[in-house]
Write a protein that binds this ligand. Structure first.
Ligand code: ADP
Ligand code: MG
Length: 223
């Protein structure tokens, strides 16, 4: 059986003060193994982003246990074996697109010339070369999202978490982005979790975890 990357048992996340809590994640138990490809589906507010942030180690659970057996401690996940493409704007405003994409490599102490070259190569593979020298403020929402995904891919993570990466793309661009993403994770063997509203995106992954009101209500594995 492939290596166990993430193991969550009764993971919950509550925001806010006593008496005014939001149970963003009421309860989730799950495993992610090497190379798995999961669609996290559910209506807006169902807890998808909360769950991804917990898996990425960006946030900590309020209850339950969450461990990364094959990846290390929470502090070691990013930059490192785990990368996250965020739902909202996340690029650093003073840096160009290429500099933003190269950043995780620089943080991992890859020499600057190599980091720059790898960033440009990936932008090229994603059809984003024309954007390389632009600043984030010059991008459309969909462009910024694709650059955010490039930044998450560049370090060849073991686990890639993408929060509605096609949310601002039309159907054709969304499918092309999925082609690229799936080719890339196939090549690197990365596990992939994508939060999405789009059934046509979810269909392209091997498993579907359905969220409703902070609970994982169904887990389906395709044939
Ligand atoms: P989804 O990504 O499925 O839309 P989220 O995980 O963003 O769902 O949100 C789940 C619930 O938690 C929502 O009710 C949302 O309003 C709430 N929530 C998310 N983040 C916070 C926060 N930082 N503070 C308070 N409530 C939050
Ligand atoms: Mg969300």
């Amino acid at each position: 059986m492939p290596e166990l990357l993430v193991c969550g048992e009764h993971v919950a996340k509550t925001y806010g003060e006593r008496g005014h809590e939001t149970h963003a994640l009421a309860e989730a138990s799950f495993e992610i193994r090497a190379g798995e490809r999961v669609a996290l589906v559910g209506p807006s507010g169902s807890g998808k982003t909360t769950l991804l942030h917990l898996i990425a180690g960006i946030d900590v659970p309020s209850a339950g246990t969450l461990e990364w057996p094959a990846l290390g401690r929470r502090e070691e996940l990013r930059p490192g074996p785990v990368a996250m493409a965020f739902q909202g704007p996340s690029l650093l405003p003073p840096l160009t697109v290429a500099e933003n994409v190269a950043l995780p490599l620089l943080l991992a102490e890859v020499p600057e010339a190599e980091a720059t070259e790898r960033a440009w190569e990936l932008l090229d593979a994603m059809g984003l070369t024309e954007l390389a020298e632009k600043l984030p403020e010059e991008l459309s929402g969909g462009q910024a999202q694709r650059v955010g995904l490039a930044r998450a891919l560049v370090s060849r993570p073991v686990l890639l978490l993408a929060d509605e990466p096609t949310g601002q793309l039309d159907h054709e661009h969304a499918q092309r982005l999925m082609d690229l993403l799936l080719a890339r994770v196939h090549e690197t063997g990365a596990a992939l979790v994508i939060a999405t509203h789009d059934d046509l995106i979810a269909e392209r992954l091997d498993e579907r975890w359905a969220m409703l009101d902070g609970r994982m209500v169904a887990e389906v594995t395709h044939a």
